[in-house]
Design a protein around this ligand. Sequence first.
Ligand code: PHE
Ligand code: NA
Length: 454
Amino acid sequence: MENRSQWGTRAGFIFAAVGSAIGLGNIWRFPATAYESGGGAFFIPYLIALLTAGIPILIMEFTMGHKYRGSAPLTYKKMSKGSEFIGWWAVLVAFVISTYYSVIIAWAISYSIFSFNLNWGSDTEAFLFTDYLNLTVDPGQTGSFVPGVLIPLIIVWAVVLGILFKGVKKGIETANRIFIPALVIIFLIIVIRAITLPGAIDGLEAFFAPDFSKIGNPDVWVAAYGQIFFSLSIAFAIMITYSSYLPKKTDLTNNAFIVGFGNSSFELLAGIGVFGILGFMASQQGVPVDEVVSGGVGLAFVVFPAIINEFPALNELFGFLFFASLVLAGLSSLMSITETYVAGLVDKFKISRSKAVLFGGGTAAVISLLFATQGGLSFLDAADYFINQFGVAFVGLVEVVVIAWFLRKLGDFKEHANEISDIKLGWWWTLSLSVITPLVLGYTMYGLFKQNLL
Ligand code: PHE
Ligand code: NA
């Protein structure tokens, strides 16, 4: 019965897991979050979050997938019948994210093409909202399709579903082996250009200047843990699914350290690149750096095009490289989220991978078309808000509490991981998962409910 797909090599798995982790979160979420949460001082809560939640949960999820060899729902079910719902819940969150994450990648495809002629002009904000997104309907209405979004969106899904169709080794592994090295090279070129721009140094100073007074603020800690969860793609069913394709003999703990530090290194690199460029922009406009700081959609699709206009040379090329890096980072993450429900369907209904790709991926693709309408942006904002508020932290909390306290599985997992690894898991791992992570996530949830419901 054991004919589960497998990665071809250990490196293949690592590329795929790093590919899932490195995404829009690294490029446009981390730099602004770090800046607002204490700059250089943010590295203290950030590193603590990485070591007490990020890497410990990665190790736990790698161990679960490897031990039970199942998609997230099947893994939970094998662990304990009553916990299957946690797997489906995580898969549902992943499904929702995939419907709009794909849309952002579609925008990035359009913008890589706009780069050739710097089509966005000088008013990049008006270009995004009026010319490109054609936002002319009231929030809550759909309006008609925006062809500039619809066409690249169909391409995104065709590529991702095509890759998943080919399977774990031939599809996902091969694609990540090409995408991730390409992404790193492109990004290094951008960062080198960024830090050699006039004014870059002011941007870096602003980014790294530590504001230690922020460290006492609980919100900063919540931001650090939130960044680690989103950025490492943990509590999303992804890492469980990917590790279920690992061969028997593999060093799970070591893999988790590589993925965790790999993702954070890229995040740091992105921070340096983004702030180098923001420093350049501030110096062009003769304003302090903090007046130009932004993140998210605004940073990537409004601020960056405006700065690229001002580049001393090769503007079109750097514009293209930047948006191409968003496309590569996004596609490798989208593949991983989509694989969670493809694998879930295969395991649950014993259907073929092709059918699961067609039904699961097809449904997500069709729903995502909603975001390619004139009302798309307001739906996108709503979905993203909902998921970020109630998706990740909630699943993560239930996951660690159930595993550590109800099912008491950490001892078994520790033994399983230690059997093959040179890095032996000890008390810090158990303490992180059974006490520190639940407390931080519990506090986060408490804050969210208070803010939203009271
Ligand atoms: N980890 C990805 C990033 O940093 C985001 C992501 C989250 C991707 C969840 C897939 C699932 O952008
Ligand atoms: Na990330």
